[in-house]
Design a protein around this ligand. Sequence first.
Ligand code: SAM
Length: 331
Amino acid sequence: MNYIGSKNKLSSFITTAVADVAGADLTQKTFCDLFAGTGIVGRTFKKNVKKVISNDLEYYSYVLNKNYIENHEPLDYYSYIEELNKLDGVDGFIFKEYSQNGSMERLYFSENNGRKIDAIRQKIECWKNENKINIKIYYFLLASLLESADKVANTASVYGAYLKQVKKSAQKELIVEPALFQLNDNEHEVFNEDSNILIKKIEGDILYLDPPYNARQYGANYHLLNTIAKYDVFVPKGKTGLRNYNKSNYCSSANVQTSFEDLIKSANFKYTFLSYNNEGLMSAENIKNIMSKYGKYDLVTTNYQRFKADKTENRNHTANATTEYLHILEK
Ligand SMILES: C[S@@+](CC[C@H](N)C(=O)[O-])C[C@H]1O[C@@H](n2cnc3c(N)ncnc32)[C@H](O)[C@@H]1O
């Protein structure tokens, strides 16, 4: 998934820095990815650590991480994916509110894909309610649907707006591909809470923090992923069909520093690593001052190609490279 702030391309920078500080052998360590998003960082560490704790405020991220992180034993999924891909479309909520030729003409999905998403989503819920699938397969199938729907979304990457014409990739038929996860022997844990509440209830060795850097709220930019994941009843608002969404303190210049300091102070972890870039709401100096109050501080940096949507995003920026910081605290 092309996700704002994804650490997909930075995972080796992060793993190297963690190994340099916390040691190469992490097999007895608990690693927490507190702002997990797509889960890519937790997924990278899952094979090397004893336990991953993963968390995000957004429900779609919870679904992805329930699958990618918490699922760790083989699942017998093949027949379910096959059946989902054979379903005929239905005129459900996604078709009516968010698809071409639906009643609202919001062009997030082609007509065919909107109907397919409804049919698939309804079937997954039906299987769960009839106890035909267990909770592990439920999240596996939901994550597979989210990833597959995102591939055919008619957007310039985020769901803050849709394109005026259905682009080529969005005209392709949605095929549910299995959201495969890393098999291993260990149990992992996934939460869907505010970071500053959860931090007071958990402990471990390595805390990885990757909060939003700027004012763009994830709940607004990915509202349709929450709507597919929750499949609840509400009245979509305005042209874009927005739902009520979470407002994170990390996206607010007025609140970010207080929340960040509260988080650092409350963390019951030996090492904390914070990803942030040089264009974020907090300056590197602010971060250093806060973290230094609670232990030994260090910093590593790398140059990085910023997140780019495929059309209008970032149009005001001329440069593409940004400096990515990894602030380190040893308590
Ligand atoms: C920069 S993204 C994380 C990207 C992730 N590391 C990845 O590679 O996919 C920031 C994440 O923080 C989450 N978030 C924002 N505020 C939060 C809060 N108060 N508590 C927990 N998660 C929060 C957002 O939903 C978003 O997924």
